[in-house]
Design a protein around this ligand. Structure first.
Ligand SMILES: [Zn+2]
Length: 325
């Protein structure tokens, strides 16, 4: 376990998460039960042919043979997905992670960069943050003069956003929202969505023509996921239904009438890769110092991280897109 995991409480979160993953399994097959999941066509191109990449803890992860999108199939049904957000459990523990001082500091820096990028798209300053979580992004946006509204299903996160940070947030799905926004942010949300095309149509409906959307999703083409495969923490078939690369995210956005302005990747996630390359468990917290490869990478960490970002190999994919007029 890394010190970041302990400092932020991620360790407690992941332990709870594993119990929740097991709860949906059929003991007879060891796979996600038919009661909670169904087979779906490709959520991006609707193709019916796909190839299994691997099964992790009973959840098969496949790749579309037509468009290359990676997704969980069978897919956990929407009711189970939504209950999970509303009912607490690991999501409540995730609030502890997000409100830990170290994580707040990391997220403030990340969100400041995003707000800088959104400045040219400000328009009248109306901002919708879908899945606003504890409201930190909206709160920082408010300091810069944006008029923000957030949506959030998690009760504990929503209470924090409203009561601690004083932002305007509602427990309403975007299908039932009205109004027009200059910018809609979708930060670490799209990977959890059952029907991403319908979701993006709602985003487009709420945007002014020419309005901008900013998304963050895990990058399935990152160095860490390519090296670690199913051992990468992002592969969690209950929680993450979709796994995008820069190309498959662009394809999806273009199918729903958006034009991609820019993509970039962030977060090198080098430590679990180095652990794995020295025969330790990734995320196990071993310190493989003394190994020539590990020492060489660490000595050049800034250069390596810059190179990974240049090659779009970071763990998180950021994307800015505009609604075609
Ligand atoms: Zn497809």
């Amino acid at each position: 376990m890394t010190s970041l995991d302990r400092e932020t409480g991620r360790d407690r979160y992941f332990a709870q998460k594993e119990r929740e993953l097991d709860a949906l399994l059929d003991p007879a097959t060891g796979l996600v039960s038919e009661r909670y999941a169904r087979l779906v066509p490709c959520p991006s191109c609707a193709g019916s042919s796909h190839t299994e990449l691997f099964v992790k803890r009973g959840y098969p992860i496949v790749r579309c043979d037509d468009c290359g999108l990676v997704f969980s199939n069978p897919q956990v049904v929407a009711d189970v997905v939504l209950d999970e957000y509303r009912e607490g459990g690991s999501n409540d523990l995730w609030v502890d992670v997000l409100t830990s001082p170290r994580q707040l500091e990391l997220d403030r820096a990340k969100f400041a960069e995003i707000l800088d990028e959104l400045e040219p798209h400000r328009g009248d300053g109306r901002l919708l943050d879908v899945g606003t979580s504890i409201g930190l992004f909206l709160s920082l946006a408010g300091e810069r003069g944006w008029q923000g509204l957030g949506t959030e299903f998690g009760r504990r996160a929503l209470a924090y956003a409203r009561d601690e940070l004083g932002v305007e947030a509602v427990d309403t799905p975007i299908e039932r929202l009205d109004g027009r926004f200059d910018v809609v942010t979708v930060l670490s949300v799209l990977e959890h969505v059952n029907e991403p095309r319908a979701f993006l149509r709602e985003v487009a409906r709420l945007l002014e023509p020419g309005g901008a959307t900013y998304l963050i999703v895990p990058n399935v083409d990152s160095l860490a996921t390519r090296v670690l495969h199913e051992r990468a923490a992002t592969f969690d078939g209950r929680n993450h239904l979709l796994y995008f690369s820069p190309r498959t995210l662009r394809d999806l956005l273009e199918r729903e009438g958006f034009e991609v302005v820019s993509t970039r990747t962030r977060v090198a996630s080098l430590d679990p890769v180095l652990e794995w390359l020295t025969y330790d468990e990734p995320y196990g917290g071993a310190d493989p110092a003394g190994d020539p490869l590990v020492d060489a990478v660490r000595a050049r960490r800034n250069d390596v991280e810059r190179l990974l970002e240049e090659l779009d190999l970071g763990y998180k994919l950021h994307c800015l897109a505009t609604k075609r007029a």
